[in-house]
Design a protein around this ligand. Structure first.
Ligand code: PLP
Length: 417
């Protein structure tokens, strides 16, 4: 279910032709559909409506303020992993009482900021972090609501770089150590025990790893209960996958049904932290063909977007579908779509059957709404591209294109140099 469709030969986002945006603001740019963002959030959140739950959209997938505002208006909570993301969420109108904060390396300054913002819950990832949070809470004269993120040692069967719930990963606390940490924390006045958290990875395309994880967490919650420690929130994390190529991830309703079944009346409010499944297919990257070149080996289509704009292909060999913004008749060719950056790893797509693109053609890089702009950089001193949000027949530039001035704005050359 997404809103990028052809009318005749022209690709549209909702009711706006892409070529209109491209000619008005130039390329490359990210483009998001408000309707798709809303639909995806509602479908996911609605799938859990039978049980007490809070859907906390994972900000790092796409942290644009305009996108966050769409979710704020739907009453969403958020999962954040830095002080900067807390600032973004609050700025966009997300209620602090719906913010959960994960991450293995929260600094003292970030902990203080989160505490003063009065967020719902800290998902603590180590005993040392718990100790520091305790000290920070004590000196602020506040109570920190905590969950410990446990590492359930479950294989999510996804790319190793985005597996997070295995023993060998840096995330979470092992169950035995967590039990001790809870029993210590419960006697500490500046903590309020709120929950248990976990997150096993990303782009997961089966239900079973989630169910196995929930089973372990549930057992743990029951064990805590026998020790008199009551858990209000069970945070199952995010990670549900999407279709980039031919993956067949479970529909959110199938995922929810399996989870609700396994919850089996456990008296906890369930927290979900979906990122990719909400925004991934709600956004694309639009780029323009600069040159084409034929070597003895291959045909290359050189476009104006690069790995600094969309790093997923280079980083994970991720697949993104390539579509022409204006369909053309004629034969298909096999080509690599590459960017201008001085790295061989700078590609958007490799060995694809695509139309015979020529200089000036616009290309849509599909499924780029998650971990697209939010992972972008200025490598090669390339200004970051604008982000555009479509709403029916209108479009809004929700982040303008960076200028050369923006690139050097924070730098100074000392007089003495
Ligand atoms: C990244 C992350 C998520 C979101 O993962 P998706 O695969 O995008 O759903 C949720 N929770 C935590 C703790 C994360 O680090």
């Amino acid at each position: 279910m997404h809103s990028f469709t052809y009318h005749g030969d022209d690709l549209y986002c909702e009711d706006v032709p892409l070529h209109v945006i491209a000619s008005e603001i130039g390329t490359p740019f990210y483009l998001y559909s408000r309707k798709t963002l809303e639909d995806h959030f509602r479908v996911f959140d609605g799938a859990f409506e039978r049980i007490p739950h809070l859907t906390c959209y994972s900000v790092k997938a796409n942290s644009n303020l305009g996108v966050l505002k769409v979710f704020a208006d739907l009453g969403a909570g958020v999962d954040v992993v830095s002080g900067g993301e807390i600032f973004r969420a609050v700025t966009a109108g997300i209620s602090p009482q719906k913010i959960v904060y994960s991450g293995v390396g929260k600094s003292r300054q970030e902990l203080e900021y989160a505490l003063n913002t009065d967020i719902l819950m800290f998902n603590v990832e180590s005993s040392q972090e718990l100790e520091l949070l305790g000290a920070v809470a004590q000196s602020a004269g506040r109570k920190a609501r905590i969950a410990l993120r446990i590492n359930p040692d479950i294989d999510p069967k996804t790319h190793p770089y985005i597996s997070t719930g295995l023993k060998k990963n840096k995330f979470g606390i092992k169950i035995e150590e967590a039990l001790q940490a809870y029993t210590r924390a419960v006697t500490t006045t500046h903590f309020e025990i709120a929950g248990v958290a976990c997150h096993i990875g990303s782009q997961i395309t089966e239900v079973s790893p989630f169910v196995d994880t929930l089973r372990r967490v549930k057992q743990f919650v029951q064990k805590l209960s026998t020790q008199g420690i009551r858990i209000e929130y069970l945070d199952l994390g995010g990670g549900l996958g999407i279709t980039y190529e031919d993956e067949q991830p479970p529909h959110p309703s199938e995922y929810a049904d399996a989870i609700i079944r396994e919850m089996d009346g456990l008296p906890c409010t369930l927290i979900l932290e979906p990122g990719r499944v909400i925004v991934g297919n709600a956004g694309i990257l639009v780029t323009k063909v600069l040159y084409t070149k034929q070597t003895d080996e291959k045909k290359f289509v050189v476009v104006d977007a690069a790995m600094n704009d969309l790093v997923r292909p280079s980083l994970y060999e991720a697949y993104h579908d390539i579509q022409p913004v204006a369909k053309r008749q004629g034969p298909q060719v096999t080509a690599d779509i590459v960017g201008p950056i001085c790295e061989t790893g700078d590609f958007i797509a490799r060995q694809r059957e695509v139309p015979e693109f020529v200089s000036g053609d616009c290309i849509a890089v599909m499924s780029a709404g998650a971990y697209g702009f939010s992972m972008s950089s200025n490598y090669n001193s390339r200004p970051r591209v604008p982000e555009v949000l479509v709403d029916n027949t209108r479009y809004f530039v929700v982040r303008r294109r960076e200028s050369y001035e923006d690139l050097v704005r924070l730098e100074t050359v000392p007089e003495e140099l």
